[in-house]
Design a protein. Structure first.
Length: 365
């Protein structure tokens, strides 16, 4: 078992000493991180000069010794709850970056907005229900990160706030925060009535006949999403090892959806197989693209195809769903192909299709 030792470090040009604990050997938190020292935020005079300073030193050293004994007893009982308390003074923004950026652009944008909101400084002890609520109100009024004159859409604000709440929940799950504030905070409601942009059958042909020499993987990834409905995060993670063939030699992909961690198996159509090109034994299928590359180059490719719509990569997923609806595929099959856990998510496409029919009838009047 670790020994708990009081240690001193000179501060204030040697006039004061800071007291801290050393664990020898080091102990480990719930994530396996090695913890060797604990700062006690206690200071004593290096060379006390009067009774007041002597009295101060005795009082502080008694407190330090009490904490040392308490830590020793906690280690004997295998009670490591004090590690979480020590982490309250750690940087929440760094935790946000480490645990959020790996989940994609939505989390990165959420973190950048939160950094702007808290002026670049936030510790775990600053996180509470009031701060969460104030960040929610900030997002509802915030301007975009790039288009600084344009207000965030309500759906963007909702997505960024949900990403922030996920990180707060992670901190509670990791025993850093003592309370899960996500259970008592009002979320920003998603506006399902905003029409989703997608490509028509004619526009799909138009795009398919427009090569993109600046980065061929942009073309391959975009068309593959149109033919499969895969999200950008899944496209980026897709490997040749995920492609399999059944006994009839029909191809399918088997992978775990990044957003929901659900294991899914999807059949591949002939157009999807053709756009992949010559198969390889291993490695990423689209090695030349990243989120930022797609964000920059998709609008350029769409513009080159002379399509006058605001198309993002996610619009290819909408296109896939609308193509299936137009061909009469039932909503439950579409939900399964899109990897939706709830069919209510898929029903939004049915609403879009209904609006499309109404608009067509109005044009005939």
């Amino acid at each position: 078992m670790s020994r708990v030792i009081l240690k001193y470090r000179n501060i204030s040009q040697g006039k004061m000493k800071s007291i801290y604990l050393e664990f020898n050997p080091a102990i480990h938190d719930i994530k396996g991180n090695s913890i060797r020292y604990e700062c006690l935020n206690l200071e004593i005079y290096t060379n006390p000069e009067n009774s007041h300073q002597f009295k101060h030193n005795r009082s502080v050293e008694e407190i330090a010794e009490t904490i040392r004994c308490e830590r020793y007893l906690q280690l004997v009982r295998h009670d490591y709850s004090f590690l979480a308390k020590a982490r309250l003074d750690e940087d929440f923004l760094e935790y946000f970056r480490l645990n959020g950026d790996c989940h994609g652009a939505k989390y990165q944008s959420s973190r950048l907005h939160f950094e702007r909101f808290c002026k670049g400084q936030c510790k775990f002890r600053d996180i509470n229900a009031s701060l969460c609520e104030r960040f929610r109100l900030y997002l509802l009024r915030a301007k975009g990160l790039q288009h600084t004159k344009k207000k965030l859409s309500k759906n963007s604000a909702s997505a960024y706030f949900n990403a922030f709440l996920s990180i707060v929940h992670f901190a509670y799950r990791d025993n850093i925060l003592s309370e899960d504030y996500t259970t008592c905070i009002e979320k920003i409601k998603w506006n399902h009535d905003i029409p989703k942009e997608y490509l028509s059958s004619a526009e799909i042909k138009q795009l398919a006949s427009t090569p993109y020499d600046d980065n061929p993987d942009v073309y391959r990834a975009g068309m593959f999403s149109i033919y499969t409905g895969l999200r950008r995060s899944d496209i980026l993670a897709l490997r040749w090892e995920n492609i399999h063939h059944d006994r009839g030699r029909k191809a399918y992909i088997r992978f775990r959806i990044k957003k929901t961690r659900t294991l899914i198996q999807l059949p591949l159509s002939l157009p999807a197989i053709r756009v992949l090109g010559d198969p390889k034994s291993e490695g990423k299928i689209f090695p030349m693209i990243t989120e930022s590359i797609l964000t920059i180059h998709i609008p350029r490719w769409v513009s080159k195809a002379r399509i006058r719509k605001h198309i993002t990569f996610h619009c290819f997923r909408h296109t896939f769903a609308m193509q299936l609806l137009d061909k009469g595929v039932d909503i439950y099959t579409i939900a399964a192909l899109l990897g939706h856990r709830q069919v209510s998510s898929t029903q939004n496409y049915a609403k879009m299709s209904s609006k499309k029919m109404i608009e067509a009838i109005v044009k005939m009047e």
